[in-house]
Design a binder for this molecule. Structure first.
Ligand SMILES: [Zn+2]
Length: 95
C-alpha cells in the first residue's frame, strides 16, 4: 500500500472475536446491560462498546477468550445467551 489511508473516511474497529480490523459498519456493537451482552445494531446505547462480526464463529471466539468482560470493563462474566440467539436465529427455531 502507498499513500494516505482512508481511515478517516471509514472508521475501523477490531472484532473482539477474530481480532481482524473491519469497517465499523460491518461490525455489530455490543454493550453490557447489567450482566448481559446486548447487541446494539443502531449504536445508540450508552456505555462502552465492543465490536464483533455478526457471526457465531466470532462470538464463540470472543466468549472463549473472555473478550467481552475485558472490552466492556466488566468485573464478572457476561451472559451472551441473547446475543447468540440474535446471531443464530435458525438454531433457536428448531422445535
Ligand atoms: Zn470477527
Amino acid at each position: 500500500m502507498s499513500g494516505r489511508t482512508q481511515a478517516r473516511a471509514c472508521p475501523e474497529r477490531t472484532c473482539v472475536g477474530c481480532r481482524e480490523r473491519a469497517a465499523k459498519s460491518d461490525l455489530l456493537r455490543i454493550v453490557a446491560v447489567e450482566d448481559e451482552c446486548v447487541p446494539d445494531p443502531r449504536g445508540t446505547l450508552p456505555g462502552r462498546g465492543a465490536y464483533v462480526h455478526p457471526a457465531v464463529v466470532c462470538l464463540d471466539q470472543a466468549v472463549r477468550r473472555r473478550a467481552f468482560p475485558r472490552a466492556l470493563r466488566s468485573a464478572g462474566a457476561l451472559d451472551t445467551t441473547e446475543l447468540r440467539k440474535a446471531l443464530a436465529p435458525e438454531a433457536e427455531a428448531t422445535p
